[in-house]
Design a protein around this ligand. Structure first.
Ligand code: KIV
Length: 266
């Protein structure tokens, strides 16, 4: 019988300098492949808006969509920790966040729920963790704010933005978050934030100094049609999807991914 990973195990992995490998999954077949290849964190991301639904962004993804895909993935995963995105505008108040997160956990089988943002979500993060719901933060490029950010650009480049991100990360940890995703952030800043926290920091386009890495599965299999600097097509050098996922996990563990050519900013 496979032992299910817990949020505590991830904190232990960080303390032991064991890099955490994470990929997205939205369906049973891929979720099983990822779990069999020891992907530690299986993220049911609202990126499903793009890769499953064909939309231009994540904004039309609903609670119904997230519960549907989360229940499928959590129904087959035996080892990995299942982290599920709370969709756009599903956590605009503490009461709404509590109600929707509870549904992702009870109906969707989520182990952890992920919310985007800093100061604006702190009260909700506190309330969720006080009610026993494990929370993952998400800072840097937060795709649910894409129109306000004005496009998919590296975040935290200037002094003020970097200082705000450092503070948000510490505040999220203090509010009870058990892990943090940093997306499209200069590698040096991401490393600094990772070292300042006791909770694991999982990077995407955030250099190689984070405690782990996450990619959208379709990007790392080279089938999303996107040429992303921070991603790598692992299927190009593999005989099967299983082998591609296994190669990704070992490249994250041994630190060879991301390589310097995948860094979006120093
Ligand atoms: O939705 C998603 O897949 C994500 C990752 C890009 C981190 O949030």
């Amino acid at each position: 019988m496979t032992r299910k990973l817990t949020t505590r195990n991830l904190i232990e992995m960080k303390a032991a300098n064991t890099k955490i490998a994470s990929l997205t999954a939205y369906d049973a077949s891929f979720a099983r492949v990822l779990d069999n290849e020891n992907v530690d964190v299986i993220l049911v991301g609202d990126s499903l808006g793009m890769v499953i639904q064909g939309a231009a962004n994540t904004l039309a993804v609903s609670m119904r969509d997230m519960i549907y895909h989360s229940a499928i993935v959590s129904g087959v995963v035996e080892r990995g920790l299942v982290v599920v995105d709370m969709p756009f505008m599903s956590y605009t108040s503490t009461a709404q966040a509590l109600g929707n997160a509870a549904r992702l956990v009870s109906e969707g089988g989520a182990d952890v729920v992920k919310l985007e943002g800093g100061a604006i979500i702190l009260e909700s993060v506190r309330a969720l963790t006080e009610h026993g719901i494990a929370v993952c933060g998400h800072l840097g490029l937060t795709p649910q704010s894409i129109h306000q950010l004005g496009g998919y650009h590296v975040q935290g480049r200037d002094f003020q933005a970097a200082a705000a991100m450092r503070r948000d990360a510490l505040d999220l940890q203090a509010a009870g978050a058990c892990m943090l995703v940093l997306e499209c952030v200069p590698g040096g800043l991401a490393g600094e934030i990772s070292r300042s926290l006791s909770i694991p920091v999982i990077g995407i386009g955030a250099g190689n100094q984070c405690d782990g890495q996450v990619l959208v599965l379709q990007d790392m299999l080279g089938i999303s049609g996107l040429a992303l600097r921070f991603s790598r097509n692992f299927l190009a050098d593999a005989d099967s999807i299983q082998q591609a996922v296994a190669n990704y996990v070992s490249a994250v563990r041994d630190g060879s991914f991301p390589a310097p050519e995948h860094h979006v900013a120093p």
